[in-house]
Write a protein that binds this ligand. Structure first.
Ligand code: THU
Length: 143
C-alpha cells in the first residue's frame, strides 16, 4: 500500500463531508493491519457538539465491521497547511493503535504530505493500561 493510495481515498471521502455549518470538509482513510481501507468524513450537526470528525467516522466504521488493528490514517482537508487531527480523534486512535508505529499522514494531496507517528501527536496518551487503581491513593469520601 502506497501513501498515495491512502491519500487518494481520503480525498475521495472528503467529497461526502456533511459540513453545512463550517463548510470545512475533511476526509480520512484508515488502513488496517489486514490491508483494508475504511474511510470517513466529518458529519456535522445543528447541535454543534454532536459533530463527528472524519477520523473518528473512519475508526468507528472500521470497528463496527470487526476491525481493531490499524497501521495508518491519511487525513485531507481543503486547507493550505497540513490538517492535524483534533485532540479527541488522537485519543480515539490511541485506543486502538500502537503509538510508536501508527502513522498519521497529513496530506494536502498525493504529492504533498507529511508523515508523523501517533506518539508524536499525542505524547503521554491516556490508555487502558492507565486505568489501574492503587488502593493507597484512594481518598475516602465516606467512612
Ligand atoms: N474536523 C475533522 O473532521 N477532523 C479534524 O481533524 C479537525 C476538524 C471537522 C469537525 C468539523 O466538522 C469541522 O472540521 C470544523 O472543525
Amino acid at each position: 500500500m502506497k501513501y498515495q493510495d491512502l491519500i487518494a481515498e481520503a480525498m475521495k471521502a472528503k467529497e461526502f463531508a456533511y459540513a453545512p455549518y463550517s463548510h470545512f470538509r475533511v476526509g480520512a482513510a484508515l488502513l488496517t493491519e489486514s490491508g483494508r481501507i475504511y474511510t470517513g468524513c466529518n458529519v456535522e450537526n445543528a447541535s454543534f457538539s454532536a459533530t463527528n470528525c472524519a477520523e473518528r467516522t473512519a475508526v468507528f466504521t472500521a470497528v463496527a465491521q470487526g476491525e481493531k488493528e490499524f497501521r495508518a490514517i491519511a487525513v485531507n482537508g481543503d486547507t493550505e497547511n497540513y490538517l492535524p487531527p483534533c485532540g479527541v480523534c488522537r485519543q480515539v486512535l490511541a485506543e486502538f493503535c500502537d503509538l510508536e508505529t501508527f502513522q498519521v499522514i497529513l496530506a494536502n494531496n498525493e504529492q504533498d504530505y507529511r508523515v508523523v507517528t501517533l506518539a508524536q501527536l499525542l505524547p503521554g496518551a491516556f490508555q487502558s493500561k492507565d486505568l489501574v487503581v492503587n488502593d493507597t491513593n484512594k481518598s475516602t469520601v465516606v467512612d
